[in-house]
Design a protein around this ligand. Structure first.
Ligand code: NDP
Ligand code: NHF
Length: 385
């Protein structure tokens, strides 16, 4: 059993996600822990090679974390046969071209979502990767959140009986800038730079619905640009050309209805920044990022509409139980990195591929089409030619 090093080119590590979730909390944390253990007991230690457009930022990160290799020249990095994996967490609009170059160079691909700016682009990438015979994966981190892992446990146990509906509420107030610094990059609010909440969040809703419940067959969505003027990182005002809220109804195979609100213009009166309520014939659950609460049919209070009477004793929300952790939950990004590394090195199962990423783009595109036309849009089966 020979341990080995896996060199991974990481592009976008100067950004929020690339730096915090992927470099420090995943790849460097895995290195520190001694690598990923493969089914045969051997270990793979990922070695990051930082890539980006700012030498100063890359040098600083490399020095701070003791990373030996960094470069602003993607082509040179891709021409190095010793580097086996290319990872991308760049701004969305820069992704497609970089992934294409990496596949052409024979690298295995791991990427943030959305995998491309359009369904056509995403499908081409999936086909290109398949034809090139490289392994490929897309970040689907929400599936590895403790709250959603508990939800999956409930589904696997048959707790819900028949699932009827899902209500998702995602969002928080993102400061416009000009008086308090915005907590998201300004490109998110410019359509021409790959921004917009539909492209950002519908890929997440897609894999959650598909992997936990059933394939999505139709969508009806309304979008809004509630805040039309925002302030950029340098303090200058700009026109927000992308939608900052989307209100979607998703019809799933088998008749489950999911309704998910996504908004960067909502103040939080929830326990967590995203929550999904699942109602089934036998029980209901509310799952967030970390916690999950349940109410079984035998513990369901008899709610009776009477505006003249005070609300139920103790409040309806007190009548739910918490699902215990019963496990140690690692950072979800790290868990998925470990699975991808094992997939590359030992061919273990990894269903989160570029084709599933393309289905996420299909939902985003259909959502935008529905919003633009005011109509319900059906989703055809997506296949690679
Ligand atoms: N899975 C998840 O939960 C999340 C995923 N994402 C996805 O991750 C990706 C990155 O998002 P995020 O980290 O928030 O974005 P940031 O703006 O923080 O980072 C963008 C990165 O892209 C680089 N970049 C390359 N070209 C450009 C360009 N033309 N303009 C601006 N930046 C450029 C930046 O380099 P430089 O430092 O030189 O500017 C930086 O490294 C997006 O595709 C987004 O959809 C985002 C949030 C959460
Ligand atoms: O993809 C994403 C998932 O959730 C995050 C929380 O707002 C977002 O930052 C994001 O862009």
């Amino acid at each position: 059993m020979q341990d080995r090093v896996l060199a991974v080119a990481m592009n976008g590590v100067t950004g929020r996600m690339g730096y915090r979730q992927h470099l420090t909390r995943s790849v460097l944390a895995i290195r520190k822990a001694g690598g990923v253990v493969l089914p045969d007991g051997s270990r793979v230690v990922p070695e990051p090679v930082l890539v980006g457009r700012s030498a100063d930022k890359l040098r600083r990160i490399a020095e701070q974390h003791g990373v030996e290799r960094w470069s602003t020249d993607l082509d040179t990095v891709l021409s190095d046969p010793g580097i086996e994996v290319y990872f991308d967490a760049q701004i969305t609009s820069a992704r497609e071209e970089a992934l294409r170059s990496a596949i052409a160079a024979g690298k295995h691909i791991y990427t943030e979502k959305p995998t491309a700016a359009s369904l056509g682009g995403a499908l081409e990438l999936a086909k290109f990767a398949r034809d090139a015979g490289v392994r490929n994966g897309v970040v689907q981190d929400k599936l590895f959140l403790p709250g959603l892992l508990k939800l999956r446990r409930l589904l696997d146990s048959g707790f819900f009986g028949r699932v009827l509906s899902i209500r998702g509420e995602f969002g928080y107030w993102v400061f416009e800038g000009g008086w308090q610094e915005p907590q998201r990059p300004s490109w998110n609010y410019r359509a021409e730079d790959g921004g917009g909440i539909v492209l950002d969040m519908f890929p997440h809703w897609h894999y959650i619905l598909e992997q936990l419940f059933a394939p999505v067959r139709a969508v009806t969505a309304t979008t809004a640009t509630h805040i039309a003027r925002r302030w950029a990182e340098d303090g200058s005002p700009y026109a927000a050309t992308a939608e900052d809220a989307a209100y979607g109804v998703f019809e799933l195979e088998g008749g489950i209805l999911a309704q998910i609100n996504s908004s960067w213009c909502v103040r939080v009166d929830r326990d967590e920044l995203v929550e999904f309520q699942v109602d089934g014939t036998e029980g209901s659950a509310v799952a967030g990022l970390r916690d999950c609460r349940i109410q079984h049919r035998v513990a369901t209070p008899r709610a009776v509409w009477d505006p003249d009477a005070p609300a139920d004793q103790g409040g309806y929300r007190d009548q739910w139980e918490s699902v215990p952790d019963n496990a140690d939950f690692d950072n979800g990004f790290r868990t998925q990195w470990e699975q991808f590394i094992s997939h590359v090195c030992a061919d273990t199962r990894f269903p989160f591929d570029l084709l599933s990423g393309a289905r996420g783009l299909q939902l985003a595109e259909a959502g935008l089409q529905s919003a633009a036309s005011g109509r319900r849009v059906e989703l055809e089966e997506v296949e690679l030619p």
